[in-house]
Design a protein around this ligand. Structure first.
Ligand SMILES: [Zn+2]
Length: 338
């Protein structure tokens, strides 16, 4: 088959790679209908994590089941499926508690920027759609594999409830999906922190009631002005830097919740400030699998349409251009079609 390998920072190549095969009887092979580039794929692309040898990349996927191992019972060839970027058994106590991305048996589903991908633990990982989706729904469904599921977790982890005030730090695809999630969960006020006008526009379409363009101390002051001087009930941190984390903590009201779903890079938690303000934290790699049935249902019935985070679509063989566009912030998120 044809697939994507990252050879070195800035060096993405598309070409002939080995076909994935059923290795374990619990595996499935999925024929990719659509995939995309994740913000976290940009870390190795930018040289932030070492690349010893050329390796497959990509972890967001929707498509049709091509074949299944002998022990797979819940999906069959031909069905349209969505899965999380981490495969999980979905049967252990950690999965039952709703933390499938911390499943002791978890495995990264990697190499999705290709024509086919091997998905381990298919029964615990893949969720079918009610029927074959229309082509125009595929971008919405693809977001559920990571970004929308992660934005949803940001809102759930910060315990967003109807009527709350919510601030979202970060205007990447996850931050924008977090705005949508907060509104869908009933937040009365959603403050999106963004200084880029196309992203502000999308945040507003997704239900943001206020846009704050300032960062740092000024951004915190603006959030307080918008929340009776107190700070937001829930703050959703969707970046992962030290600056964004401090901005999130300081934008929350005393006793409020801060969630963090961006992979942390060089973050030092202000523990004294957390102690003084009773602010609670919860974050981590989003347990997307926990939300898939509900989110598929919401997309299927038109309640949410998060696929508009894809502002560019390219054929899969132009994957290197997709990385470049996202690296240079010319695109929010690029959808790739095999
Ligand atoms: Zn598990």
């Amino acid at each position: 088959m044809r697939g994507t390998l990252i050879h070195a920072p800035g060096d993405i190549r598309f070409g002939q790679v080995p076909d994935p095969e059923i290795v374990e009887p619990t595996d499935a092979i999925v024929r990719i209908a659509a995939t995309c580039v994740c913000g976290s794929d940009l870390w190795p692309y930018r040289g932030a994590s070492p690349i010893a040898e050329p390796r497959p990349i990509g972890h967001e996927y929707v498509g049709h089941v091509e074949s299944v191992g002998s022990e797979v019972a819940s999906v069959q060839p031909g069905q349209f499926v969505i899965g999380s970027f981490f495969a999980s058994d979905n049967t252990c106590p950690i999965c039952h508690a709703g933390y499938q991305t911390s499943c002791p048996n978890r495995q990264l589903v990697n190499g999705c920027q290709a024509e086919y991908v091997r998905v381990p633990l298919a029964d615990g990982t893949l969720v079918t759609t009610p029927d074959e989706p229309d082509a125009d729904m595929i971008p919405d469904l693809l977001t559920l594999s990571d970004v929308m599921g992660t934005g949803w977790f940001a809102a759930v982890a910060a315990e967003v409830k109807p009527g709350m005030t919510v601030a979202v730090v970060g205007d990447g695809a996850v931050g924008l999906c977090a705005v949508l999630a907060a509104r869908e969960l009933g937040a009365a006020q959603v403050i999106a922190m963004s200084r880029h006008s196309p992203r502000q526009k999308l945040a507003t379409e997704f239900g943001a009631t206020d846009i704050v363009t300032e960062r740092g101390d000024e951004g915190v002051e603006r959030v307080k002005e918008l929340t009776h001087g107190l700070g937001a009930d829930a703050v959703l941190e969707c970046v992962g830097t030290d600056q964004s984390m401090h901005q999130a903590v300081r934008s929350a009201r005393p006793g409020g919740n801060v969630s963090f779903v961006g992979v942390p890079h060089g973050v030092n938690l202000p523990i004294t400030e957390l102690f003084a303000t009773h602010i609670a934290l919860r974050g981590g790699p989003a347990p997307v699998r926990a939300f898939l049935p509900d989110l598929i249902d919401r997309v299927w019935h038109g309640a949410i349409a998060p696929g508009t985070v894809f502002d560019r679509t390219l054929p899969l063989d132009q994957v290197a251009d997709a990385y470049r566009a996202m690296d240079e912030r010319q695109a929010i998120k690029v959808l790739l079609q095999p």
